[in-house]
Write a protein that binds this ligand. Structure first.
Ligand code: ZN
Length: 305
């Protein structure tokens, strides 16, 4: 089913990363700039992430002796330094997730580069090292995001959805390892409900969500894939969901031969097997397009109606 699986370390059947994006209220302020401060209940729901869920998740990882990756908008790092400290003290990776959860593909290229550098400076100051990985806020990777990642020397990106296994992004000037995921692996479609953020789908039970994640895991385990969860502390760190996560980790352990790792460790391994000639990646040349495709011309609006 997978034509060219990555040789994972120690004969592991698949690689697993429980990544959390600690967005906190960085997603509320750009959405409601002039009124976010008055939306106290929404703020409290989002602050649950750094204040309650992150310490709980770090304890959960400690119980299973796991080091994992947290993506933090740098504004959240400045706003919630205790959560940063909790994450770092347990040896987890902190990776780049924008400054204020700005969407790169909504920015001009200079703006995108400005916010990227501003966030990198905060990460370097607060963690002692520059970021190694990036996930575009809301997956809004732009046509120039790869140029920035290459220029800034990042090892990997975790924003795209183009494969079941790692692949390589190339812009003609350099390369970055892509560690792909999929919306099914995000907790937003399963759990998000907020009037303030215009999400009013009924939340699924933890068991229903875990069925999806476990099915994805079973397939990745069978065929040698990469399983990356894109979860949010304020959603998946809530009590019943956290209990379900613990059961899922136990299930993975019971199957055995699973490599639990940070995304930095996975990308480093991938770069190593490429450099050593053990494995040849698929390469995606970016951007896919330089602008709107010319074939449609002015007729596009009528075709989409
Ligand atoms: Zn985010």
């Amino acid at each position: 089913m997978i034509k060219n699986p990555v040789p994972w370390p120690n004969g592991a059947r698949c690689a697993v990363a429980f990544t959390f994006d600690m967005d906190a209220d960085s997603i509320l302020h750009p959405a409601h700039h002039s009124s976010a401060d008055t939306r106290v209940a929404a703020l409290s729901m989002l602050r649950y992430g750094p204040e309650v869920a992150v310490p709980r998740l770090v304890d959960l990882y400690a119980h299973f002796c796991m080091r994992q990756t947290f993506f933090l908008p740098a504004w959240c790092m400045e706003r919630y330094p205790a959560a940063v400290e909790t994450i770092l003290q347990s040896g987890h990776e902190i990776a780049h997730h924008g400054y204020l959860h700005e969407h790169p593909n909504a920015c001009e290229p200079e703006q995108e580069a400005y916010w990227f550098r501003r966030a990198s400076e905060v990460i370097e100051r607060m963690t002692g090292q520059p970021p190694r990985g990036f996930r575009a806020p809301s997956y809004r990777f732009s046509r120039v995001s790869l140029d920035i990642l290459v220029r800034e020397g990042l090892l990997y990106d975790a924003s795209l959805m183009g494969d079941d296994i790692p692949y390589v992004l190339d812009n003609g000037q350099g390369q970055v390892i892509e560690l792909p995921t999929h919306y099914a692996m995000d907790d937003w479609p399963h759990f998000m409900a907020s009037r303030d953020l215009a999400y009013l789908m009924p939340p699924r039970s933890p068991q229903q969500a875990m069925e999806v994640y476990q099915a994805e895991f079973d397939a990745m385990w069978e065929y040698g894939g990469l399983w990356i969860a894109v979860w949010h502390p304020f959603l998946s760190g809530r009590l019943a969901r956290c209990v379900a996560i613990a059961r899922l980790i136990e299930y993975m352990h019971s199957k055995g031969r699973v490599w639990f790792a940070t995304l930095e460790d996975i990308a480093t391994h991938v770069r190593w097997v490429i450099a050593d000639g053990i494995w040849t990646p698929r390469i995606d040349q970016l951007p896919y397009y330089d602008g709107p495709i010319p074939e449609l011309g002015q007729t596009a609006p009528t075709l989409a109606r």
